[in-house]
Design a protein around this ligand. Structure first.
Ligand code: NDP
Length: 303
């Protein structure tokens, strides 16, 4: 009988990687304070009372403070008008203490997300959602890259080293995950296929991949028999299943059927504890990079 552990993929521990990254960010933030005589600063704007957004904003604020980054929280009522929100964004654009601005999405109905993102100074757009930053990524200029795909790239490079020539399949083409992920992998010299809901015979497409990044939002859609033996699988999906007796809040699963895929893959990220923790860590990293650029300092090393 083969040892089942020998056929099990290595687990890519995003939580541990993110903790190490946050420790490096903390050290670099302390150096920044020493040089610039101020802390790097992130302004987070939350409009309305969406429960999940409240949790995310709270977590971002705590992560900033732990890393020595000043966190400026602006919690506005759901009744806030577009003009009021834009006035706040413009004030933050001009504020010398603020290096990064993040407007937590989704915004309440009636507020135009694209208009609000467009109002953020692209050099403070640490989420990397502004069209200027999307354009900079597309043409290879320095800008800000969305946090989740950049975190996925860090995990891949940490695990695989050089990605040159590897076949990568990204499933999902959203502006915040799939498209920038495909761009980053292309820039890292992988051969990239960007798959989506109209892709024909997705299972067959995925079977040729050395790297699979699943960012779909469909629980356990990617099955074990889609995975090429030894492939590296990054599961971005966060899906909550219906509550059961033993999991009254519902179990959290990714877009990949973990147990099946782990039996075939070379390495795989778990959900939770894989990509999720990287997103906030990269947000801190982008804020620190923004602070260095605003202060005219060279970029922090090793981040
Ligand atoms: P979107 O809903 O914006 O995009 C989903 C993409 O998946 C679309 O491009 C869609 O294709 C594609 N898709 C949908 N169904 C299928 C299918 N049956 N076969 C192939 N492709 C399909 O999602 P996001 O990119 O915002 O998020 C994706 C997942 O990642 C979600 O579970 C989300 O919760 C999670 N997420 C996790 C983060 C983290 O920090 N870990 C951060 C951000 C997101 P089409 O374009 O053709 O409609």
């Amino acid at each position: 009988m083969p040892d089942p552990l020998e056929t099990m993929a290595a687990r890519i521990d995003g939580k541990a990687f993110a903790e190490r990254l946050r420790a490096r960010i903390g050290a670099a933030a302390a150096d920044f304070v020493h040089t610039a005589a101020r802390r790097p600063g992130l302004a987070v704007v939350l409009v309305g009372d969406d429960a999940a957004s409240q949790v995310y904003v709270g977590a971002k604020g705590r992560a900033c403070e732990e890393a020595g980054i000043a966190s400026f929280e602006h919690r506005l009522p759901a009744t806030t008008s577009a003009a009021e929100l834009l006035t706040l964004v413009e004030r933050l654009n001009r504020d010398g203490e603020v290096d990064g601005i993040l407007v937590q999405l989704p915004l309440p109905q009636g507020l135009d997300e694209q208009a609000v993102i467009a109002a953020i100074d692209p050099d403070k757009d640490v989420d990397g959602f502004h069209v200027i930053n999307a354009g900079r990524l597309a043409v290879g200029q320095e800008g800000f890259v969305p946090c989740t795909p950049l975190g996925c790239l860090m995990l891949l490079q940490d695990h695989l080293g050089d990605l040159s020539g590897l076949e990568a399949v990204v499933i999902g083409r959203s502006n915040i995950v799939g498209k920038p992920m495909a761009q980053l992998l292309t820039d890292a010299n992988a051969t990239v296929t960007l798959a989506h809901s109209r892709t024909r015979d997705l299972a067959q497409v995925v079977r040729r991949a050395d790297i699979v990044v699943a960012a779909v939002g469909r629980p356990e859609m990617v099955r074990g028999d889609w995975i090429k033996p030894g492939a590296c699988v990054i599961d971005v999906g966060i899906n909550r299943l219906a509550p059961t007796d033993d999991k009254p809040k519902g179990r959290l699963v990714g877009d990949v059927a973990f147990a099946e895929a782990a039996a075939v893959a070379g390495a795989i990220t778990p959900v939770p504890g894989g990509v999720g923790p990287m997103t906030i860590a990269v947000l801190l990293r982008n804020t620190l990079v923004a602070a260095h650029r605003h202060a005219g300092l060279p970029p922090p090393e090793g981040l």
